[in-house]
Design a protein around this ligand. Structure first.
Ligand SMILES: NC(=O)c1ccc[n+]([C@@H]2O[C@H](COP(=O)([O-])OP(=O)(O)OC[C@H]3O[C@@H](n4cnc5c(N)ncnc54)[C@H](O)[C@@H]3O)[C@@H](O)[C@H]2O)c1
Length: 350
């Protein structure tokens, strides 16, 4: 006798670039889940994706929320908080792409709604599901490098990733790009609380847009309560591909993760040695993006707390906000200076 598992019916909100990738993963790569519906207010966007993958399409996210078992939010960052709240109030488990919110008050509203509804919320910090970052994390947890002392995290988007620098919202480099680094640094640092942030940033890739608020190059120093000192750096344009790396140096050793080589091929020619490099996020993190949603589906099915919670997202956001304040005020900023800052129980559901 075969035991058939009833698939979790997921509804995806936001049929843009990353939503398209997640939708295809749900439909084709995640056992136990089906893509039931896609919503996007831009006419034609949901239709195109839904018809490719055999799902229902709607212009109205509210209609979708009522018709599925769980919701995957991949819309633009500005609407994440309201969509998380709408899904939670309808009693639906939520996966939300980063950032969960752009302000601490919004993060608190999202956490409040999720907590009141008692639904799982997972946020899209996909690096935690990449095999090398995960192996580094497990090694650190097991005491392999001793006490973390120096840490670094690098995000360099590939040249061309930002098609229109004029359309980039102010502070994107902190709240949408480096937020990955802030989360991964804390996660690799045994969930230590961040205490102080110093950041400097400029528009070195597209200086002509600096007067409109563009920052495309940044370095951030984060000090943690356990003494570890971390740097996170980002650029919107690496000539050689998509470069994401992390490193933790401790009292008993050092561990690193991230490799921009696309494959192990090496070309030896008249000019020397050449290797091919990874060109984009979907290429580098394809398996991690699938694994994070597979993990979310397991949490929905088993009523488990997700591996990346809303509290994690709020803490990463707090570091980003402190970095923004640091750039504005040209000084180190303590997390406790932020309006509404408080530490959270990072093991709690939301
Ligand atoms: N985890 C990662 O590595 C990663 C990578 C890229 C993007 N992202 C995040 O994913 C989100 C989307 O990024 P993107 O590059 O796909 O952007 P995008 O602009 O390509 O797509 C956004 C989509 O959201 C839709 N949308 C806007 N308002 C909506 C609403 N109220 N309801 C439903 N849909 C709405 C837009 O019509 C568009 O189709 C961002 O928050 C971004 O930071 C995460």
């Amino acid at each position: 006798m075969s035991h058939q598992i009833t698939p979790v019916r997921l509804g995806l909100i936001g049929a843009g670039r990353i939503g398209t990738m997640h939708a295809r993963n749900i439909a084709r790569r995640i056992p136990g889940a089906v893509l039931a519906a896609v919503a996007d207010p831009v006419p034609g966007a949901a239709d195109r994706l839904a018809s490719e993958l055999g799902a229902e399409a709607t212009l109205d996210p509210a209609e979708l929320v009522g018709s599925v078992d769980a919701v995957v939010i991949t819309a633009s960052a500005t609407v994440h908080t309201e969509l998380v709240i709408a899904a939670a109030e309808a009693g639906r488990p939520v996966f939300c792409e980063k950032p969960m919110a752009l302000a601490l008050a919004d993060a608190d509203r999202a956490l409040g709604a999720v907590g009141a509804a008692g639904v799982p919320l997972q946020v899209g910090f996909n690096r935690r599901f990449a095999a090398d970052f995960r192996a580094a994390h497990d090694l650190i947890i097991a005491g392999g490098i001793g006490t973390p002392q120096l840490m670094r995290s690098v995000t360099r988007d590939p040249a061309g990733a930002v098609a229109d620098p004029g359309a980039v919202k102010p502070w994107t480099i902190f709240r949408e790009t480096l937020i990955h680094d802030f989360d991964v640094l804390r996660w690799l640092n045994l969930n230590a609380e961040p205490v102080e942030v110093f950041a400097t940033a400029d528009a070195l890739v597209a200086p002509e847009y600096k007067s409109q608020g563009l920052l495309d190059t940044a370095v951030v120093v984060v000090r943690f309560e356990n003494g570890a000192i971390a740097t996170a750096e980002a650029s919107f344009s690496a000539a050689y591909g998509y470069d994401v790396r992390g490193e933790v140096f401790g009292s008993a050793g050092m561990v690193s993760a991230g490799d921009l080589r696309q494959n192990a091929m090496r070309f030896h020619g008249a000019d020397g040695l050449a290797q091919q490099t990874v060109r984009g996020d979907v290429e580098l993190f394809g398996d991690a993006y699938t694994a994070e949603l597979a993990s979310f589906v397991d949490c929905v099915r088993e009523h488990r707390v997700p591996e990346v919670t809303g509290a994690d997202a709020r803490t990463a956001l707090a570091i980003a906000l402190a970095a923004m304040a640091s750039v504005e005020q040209e000084r180190p900023v303590r997390l406790t200076e932020l309006d509404g800052y408080r530490t959270l129980d990072l093991t709690a559901q939301s």
